[in-house]
Ligand binder design. Structure first.
Ligand SMILES: [Zn+2]
Length: 445
């Protein structure tokens, strides 16, 4: 058992904030849709008080420092509160990266180079690349080695402003290696001050030893992986890659039914390579449908009436060199709640930067900077069913904040390929960035 090395929770008073994006939208429950997606709830010259890992108060700096309750609270906790001057900076809720695959051992450089040369999927696999290379790495790795890769990714995400991460298994595809991957996620999460939500993605692809026998592989997922992950409390969600090259609609329904019978919530990769009908999956109340490059109008109008979030991952389209991106405007205008995530993985989206995903959302999917921010925060929280605790700055919510060294929030997606995040607060624990290479230090304020 890995020793829990989580730093202790701190209390903080952020003052003189140039722009505070609260993302609060009183009176509008549910994930943000349509015009509400660009409502950031901005306060100029603002202050936020966090105590014991929770946000307790926010407002203008002037009002906060005048408020008798805030003054009394600050006086009472003087020795425990770290004061942070945010003059000329933007403070917003920490990003919620609701779709990542961090349990792998090596980058897929053969894929990268071969794809640039124009090689096909089969040619990449023949050259020793493809998902099979990730499977070998994970199956052969010790749990501690996998955990160290995950904690490294989580720390780099911290440095880019992410405070909540969904982490999937899915590069083992045997009972033993999927459970080992989930245990590695649990171990890494216990060492990170942020929040991790684990997802079992046993149904990522059919491994080669089950070639031509996908029904038997689905049996393994339903009858062994899901019951074990549930009974050991290793996963909150079950995910399925539902597409023409992956799992069929019937197989996806079987896996969702098995998840439901073991008390696990569901989410799915859909419509990445081809249109996948969604209506019959909605009865399982999925938290999110991810990718959504291909979707029909009928499913869009159904999604507009559900809280299932459409999670877009433009990093994958970018890295695969695709000309087409998911049609975010069509989804938003139809009233579908949209989130953004990195899809951090070694094959198709090796980025852990939410600002990069947001920049791609703006330039390639024509989302406004405000929409990209809401999609990366509050709607990401909805996609993980954590919106009661995450995604906006409101009293009672977790003290998850990102402080950017920019004067205007639109600069966050504007400066692409560089990191302007200066500090991250995760459940009250402060992490300052200490080098210019995107690493968060363990250094305390
Ligand atoms: Zn994915």
């Amino acid at each position: 058992m890995t020793k829990n090395r989580k730093p202790r929770t701190e209390s903080a008073l952020l003052i003189n904030i140039g722009q505070l994006l609260t993302l609060a939208l009183p009176g509008k429950p549910g994930p943000r849709r349509g015009p509400d997606l660009k409502q950031l709830g901005i306060i100029q010259d603002a202050a936020v008080l966090c105590l014991g890992g929770k946000i307790v108060s926010f407002g203008t700096t002037k009002d906060a420092l005048r408020d008798p309750w805030v003054r009394k609270t600050i006086r009472k906790n003087r020795n425990r509160i770290t004061e942070i001057d945010c003059t000329g900076k933007v403070v917003l809720p920490g990003f919620v990266d609701s779709h990542t695959h961090p349990v792998f051992t090596t980058p897929r450089l053969v894929d990268f180079e071969k794809r640039i040369e124009g090689a096909s999927y089969e040619e990449i696999a023949a050259a020793g690349g493809g998902i099979r290379s990730s499977l070998e790495g994970v199956r052969n790795a010790k749990q501690a080695e996998l955990a160290s890769h995950v904690i490294d990714a989580l720390q780099q995400m911290t440095a880019h402003g992410t405070t909540t991460v969904e982490a999937k298994s899915g590069y083992g595809l045997t009972l033993e290696s999927e459970l080992k991957s989930l245990e590695a996620i649990r171990d890494a999460a216990s060492q990170w001050p942020g929040t991790v939500v684990a997802t079992l993605l046993g149904a990522h692809t059919v491994p080669k030893e089950f070639a031509g026998r996908s029904a038997q592989y689905v049996d393994l997922v339903c009858n062994e992986m899901i019951p074990n992950a549930a009974s050991q409390r290793l996963a909150h969600f079950v995910d399925v890659f539902h597409d023409k090259v992956a799992f069929s609609l019937e197989e996806t329904q079987r896996i969702f039914a098995a998840a439901a019978s073991h008390g696990l919530a569901v989410r799915a990769h859909v419509g990445q390579l081809s249109e996948t009908p969604l209506e019959s999956l909605l009865r399982f109340n999925p938290a999110s449908f991810d990718h959504m490059d291909h979707v029909n109008d009928r499913d869009l109008s159904l999604l507009a009436k559900h809280d299932t979030v459409a999670t877009l991952v433009p990093g994958a389209n970018y890295f695969l060199g695709m000309k087409e991106y998911p049609n975010a405007r069509r989804l938003i205008d139809a009233g579908v709640p949209v989130a953004l995530a990195t899809d951090y993985n070694p094959g198709t989206s090796p980025t852990l930067s939410m600002p990069m995903a947001m920049s791609l959302a703006c330039t390639q999917m024509k989302m406004s900077p405000a929409e990209a921010i809401a999609a990366a925060t509050i709607n990401g929280a909805w996609a993980l069913r954590l919106a009661d605790r995450k995604g906006s700055i409101e009293p009672g919510k977790d003290a998850d904040l990102a402080i950017f060294d920019v004067a205007d929030y639109r600069e966050i997606p504007y400066w692409f390929g560089v990191n302007r995040c200066e500090m991250t607060i995760m459940n009250g624990t402060i992490s300052r960035r200490v080098t210019g290479h995107g690493r968060a230090g363990a250094c305390r304020a």
